[in-house]
Design a protein around this ligand. Structure first.
Ligand SMILES: Cc1cc2nc3c(=O)[nH]c(=O)nc-3n(C[C@H](O)[C@H](O)[C@H](O)COP(=O)(O)O)c2cc1C
Length: 203
């Protein structure tokens, strides 16, 4: 069973987090979930989750069906710097931050480790494991761009919240599944979230 650390921060795009979580859990991934304070606000405002934090896995099962119970979802407190995922000895295959705010991007790029998301990301970089960031902001200033360069130089992979349209999306879920699929591919997890590009253009 693959184990993935999954962080949600307070940038717009709760649907990217929800669809990626759904896909990972359906593929029987063991998810260590960390949500920032603003991430919880995002899940309430954009994601329709207004329950207590500990029932969030039940919310996923209610919304997406029993198949998400193929995997497991273990919630860690944002401020718990002693959680398992704060150590390189935790057997995590990789980490995703989706969506990734400019504030969290900055903390990761500087190696701040001032909360569990920043610390778990720092651990991924030092252990040379995959760290996938899904930044969302527009327009971006030079500080945002430089932070993306610093994080990339340290080993992170940027997957900007920029869905493609060649797969002819019909719903918001289709758009978000494009990003979810790119993330799963980078983690080496199979999926059928969108058909692969077959190279045929009608001229
Ligand atoms: C409604 C709303 C939307 C926001 N959208 C974004 C966004 O798209 N990108 C971003 O970088 N910050 C956004 N922010 C600001 C972040 O939530 C804020 O910087 C926060 O401190 C991020 O903290 P976190 O990274 O710990 O979640 C938004 C804030 C609010 C209230």
């Amino acid at each position: 069973m693959k184990r993935v650390t999954f962080a949600i921060t307070g940038a717009s795009g709760a649907i990217y987090a929800l669809r990626t979580l759904r896909a990972l859990l359906m593929q029987a991934v063991q998810v260590d979930l960390i949500v920032s304070k603003f991430g919880w606000m995002l899940l309430r405002e954009e994601g329709g989750f207004d329950g207590k934090q500990e029932v969030f896995p039940d919310f996923l099962a209610d919304r997406y069906g029993e198949a998400v119970k193929n995997g497991t979802c273990c919630l860690h407190a944002f401020g718990d710097l002693a959680a398992t995922v704060s150590s390189g000895s935790a057997a995590s295959h990789g980490m995703v931050v989706v969506p990734c705010s400019m504030k969290t991007l900055s903390g990761i790029a500087r190696g701040a480790s001032s909360n569990l998301i920043e610390r778990a990301a720092d651990v991924m970089l030092k252990e040379r494991r995959p760290l996938i960031l899904v930044p969302r902001e527009t327009p971006m200033n030079l500080i945002h761009l430089k932070n993306m360069v610093s994080a990339t130089e340290a080993g992170a992979v940027m997957v900007p919240a920029m869905p493609a349209f060649y797969q002819r999306p019909e719903t918001f879920e289709d758009l978000a599944d494009f990003i979810a699929g790119r993330i799963l591919s980078l983690l080496g997890i199979e999926h059928a979230l969108f058909p692969p590009w077959e190279g045929h253009l009608q001229m």
